[in-house]
Design a protein around this ligand. Structure first.
Ligand code: SF4
Length: 281
């Protein structure tokens, strides 16, 4: 094991660094949610990581001892090559893919079957903010609730592991009984029902929503985008079209060892930082 891999492993073991490497596949989205960190929308620039780069980074991550890959955006499933990208990455490490859940018609779910055949698990994390359609759709757009309500049972029936995450403007509610009852009825396991606070970055700032989230609040989770490497998946946010750089590590993504070195330098300089101290994940 290299010296860097040993350092990363020790930080992961101590709970000071997430063992998941995050990749921003793209920034465009078919929705335009009121609190979106990345100002994603149908007209946002895609800012894609190429398939080759995502696969190369996943391979390097495995070599450095990362234990899973997270893919987020934007809406990853807008990419025509996404199933191919994910299927290749899933041969290396387990995958968690964050999605708005609106694009899973029967044809697409059938086309995703290769994802279930690989050696590693693939989990889909779908956003839904309320058991009441009108409340959810006020934040996430017309018909969002209905599309998610169709997608989640369809994906579960097809054999996918599905998590559902609600992003709420109240800080850290323990439970939402109404949402819990709904997700129970769809067959979503209790441990896959997540509640998170809106983070005060990106479009949430313009709409005066959310809780503060800088490096003091966010745990270390190495995150790569087409614009560089960041401290956390909450880092590469956009406000009024400009990239927010307070959580930027370096303006490159290759080689991953160099990027990981930069993160370890910061982590070693701030030993008080713990992984996810505020429970944002
Ligand atoms: S919060 Fe997610 S689903 Fe909503 S606009 Fe942003 S990227 Fe799209």
């Amino acid at each position: 094991m290299s010296g860097l891999a040993a350092q990363l492993g020790a930080a992961m073991e101590a709970g000071r660094l997430s063992s998941r490497l995050w990749l921003y596949s793209n920034y465009h989205c078919n929705l335009a949610c009121t609190y979106c960190l990345t100002e994603s929308s149908p007209t946002a620039p895609p800012r894609q990581l190429t398939k080759d780069r995502m696969v190369a980074l996943a391979r390097q991550a495995k070599g450095l001892g990362f234990q899973s890959i997270g893919v987020t955006g934007g809406e990853p499933f807008l990419r025509p090559d996404l199933v191919s990208v994910l299927t290749t990455i899933a041969t290396e490490l387990p995958l968690l893919v964050l999605t708005n859940g609106t694009l899973f018609n029967p044809r697409r779910v059938a086309a995703m079957q290769p994802l279930l055949a690989g050696p590693n698990g693939v989990s889909l994390q779908i956003s839904l903010d309320s058991a009441r359609a009108e409340d959810n759709d006020a934040l996430r757009g017309a018909d969002n609730f209905q599309r998610v309500a169709e997608a989640v049972p369809r994906l579960l029936a097809a054999g996918f592991h599905v998590r559902v995450a609600a992003t709420l403007d109240d800080a850290h509610p323990e439970t939402d009984p109404e949402l819990q009852r709904l997700l129970d009825s769809w067959g979503v396991a209790r441990e896959d029902q997540l509640l998170r606070p809106v983070v005060h970055r990106g479009r949430a700032v313009m709409n005066t929503m959310g809780v503060e989230a800088g490096s003091a609040q966010l745990g270390a989770e190495l995150t790569l985008t087409s614009a560089g490497a960041f401290w956390s998946p909450f880092g590469p946010t956009y406000r009024e079209g400009k990239l927010e750089t307070d959580l930027l590590l370096v303006r490159r993504t290759e080689p991953l060892s160099g990027v990981a070195n930069a993160l370890m330098g910061l982590l070693n300089a701030r030993p008080e930082l713990a992984s996810d101290p505020a429970g944002f994940v």
